[in-house]
Design a protein around this ligand. Structure first.
Ligand SMILES: [Zn+2]
Length: 431
């Protein structure tokens, strides 16, 4: 009898905790689905998608009764707004061969800061750049109105490098169009604060040869002064004037042609996680040791503008921040957990605590730290000397970075429960 009673208790606990699990996960999936909906237009300046997303995050803050940062009684109380110049890619279409419509992502992207372009040509000979020596020769001459084609493997540059190359590295060449081709896979890069002089096309495979029988490329680009907002809420801890920050960017890459960048893994996953943690800590029984400042940043994808603005315009003293935990790309986890900047002098001890919790509880089979790089919003804090780490999950299941396929269906939140518990136990126990 005693045995059965014990078994019953074990079963009861098991069903109860699994219920708790599914509730968390259900909420997280709902947020993920809502933020990646096409009605958010890719959460960028295009059609004010970013403002729609900011309002969504603010409403969730209000539901948790987070403390606002100004006197407004509406959701505006959570918003820290400012203007930036934004490049908006309003439309794009590309045919290579008459009627042969190229598909975004599968076939090509144009770099988001390409200028408005209306190009339609038949039987044109592009200038295929063979190698670097060849380019040096070409560059020394004066040429205009040509299509310049670079091999992406020979001229191995990331998009930032391509942008600066096209901006300042073309010598006397004034091309109609710059093409990088030969990619196996491409990522989209949203325009930043200015428009390039020449359009830049990135093509999967070697689609362009010695002659182009037909090419049609239309791009419509606009620069606008755009208002966007960081969304900030506070939960008071036992030590009211010391803070842990939980941050994630809510913006994504807008739209390309008629396709939405859903930004699920990058970074609806991070927002869903900080909202779930906000939910947890807003209950009086779970009052944390340190106060929590929860921030959804705007404009990460256009150059970390939200976090950079925040550190210059802080709502609590920067020197009272114990640690910033920035979450970006946390939809996977089969490959473990990566902690960027966990090896700095002012973050080492926190990383050790996180590592210990994870190992003791078997949350991730692998947890590693990477040296600091400005991949995400932790950067602005690090550069101010504030302890900040950036957590991202690893795993092949989320392989569509900066792609229209980074959507709800492709983002399983594989290790969500582990991640939630790890951060929760860290926040609850760290002193
Ligand atoms: Zn991101």
């Amino acid at each position: 009898m005693k045995k059965y009673f014990l078994l019953l208790i074990v079963l009861l606990i098991a069903t109860n905790s699994s219920k708790l699990f599914t509730q968390n996960l259900k909420y997280v999936h709902k947020v993920l689905k809502d933020l990646t909906a096409k009605e958010m237009y890719g959460r960028a300046a295009y059609k004010n998608g970013d403002s729609i997303a900011a309002e969504y995050v603010a409403k969730e803050f209000a539901k948790c009764n987070l403390k606002s940062i100004n006197d407004s009684k509406s959701t505006d109380g959570y918003k820290q707004c400012f203007n930036t110049n934004c490049v908006i890619l309003e439309n794009v279409s590309f045919e290579l061969g008459k009627g042969n419509v190229m598909r975004p992502d599968n076939d090509y992207y144009v770099i988001g800061s390409s200028p408005t372009t209306n190009l339609e040509l038949e039987n044109v000979r592009p200038l295929l750049i063979i190698d670097k020596a060849h380019w040096e020769l070409v560059k020394a001459t004066k040429l205009s109105d040509i299509i310049l084609v670079f091999d992406a493997k020979t001229f191995n540059m990331d998009v930032k490098e391509i942008v600066s190359f096209v901006d300042t590295g073309l010598g006397n060449i004034q091309p109609k169009l710059v093409v990088f081709q030969g990619y196996e896979q491409i990522s989209y890069y949203i325009g930043r604060d200015k428009i390039l002089k020449y359009p830049v096309l990135q093509i999967v495979g070697d689609k362009i040869g010695q002659t182009i029988p037909y090419i049609k490329l239309h791009i419509k680009t606009n620069v606008v002064e755009h208002t966007g907002c960081n969304v900030i809420g506070i939960i008071e801890g036992k030590q009211k004037n010391n803070y842990i920050f939980l941050t994630a960017h809510y913006d994504a890459l807008g739209m390309f042609a008629d396709k939405v960048f859903h930004g699920a893994h990058d970074n609806a996953s991070g927002i869903a996680t900080i909202l779930d943690l906000a939910n947890h800590y807003s209950k009086s029984a779970n009052k944390p040791e340190y106060s929590l400042v929860i921030i959804g940043f705007r404009g990460e994808e256009i150059g970390l503008v939200g976090s950079n603005y925040y550190v210059e315009n802080p709502v609590v003293p920067n020197d009272k921040i114990k640690l910033v935990v920035n979450l970006d790309l946390v939809g996977s986890g089969s490959g473990g957990l990566l902690v960027v900047n966990g090896d700095a002098n002012n973050t080492k001890k926190y990383f050790k605590e996180i590592e210990k919790i994870s190992n003791d509880e078997f949350y991730f089979h692998k947890i590693s730290t990477l040296p600091h790089k400005c991949y995400s919003d932790h950067c602005a804090f690090v550069e101010k000397g504030i302890p900040a780490i950036f957590m991202m999950t690893a795993g092949e299941e989320c392989k569509y970075g900066h792609s229209i396929y980074d959507n709800y269906e492709n983002t399983p939140m594989t290790k969500y429960e582990s991640l939630f518990r790890l951060i929760k136990e860290f926040i609850t126990n760290t002193k």
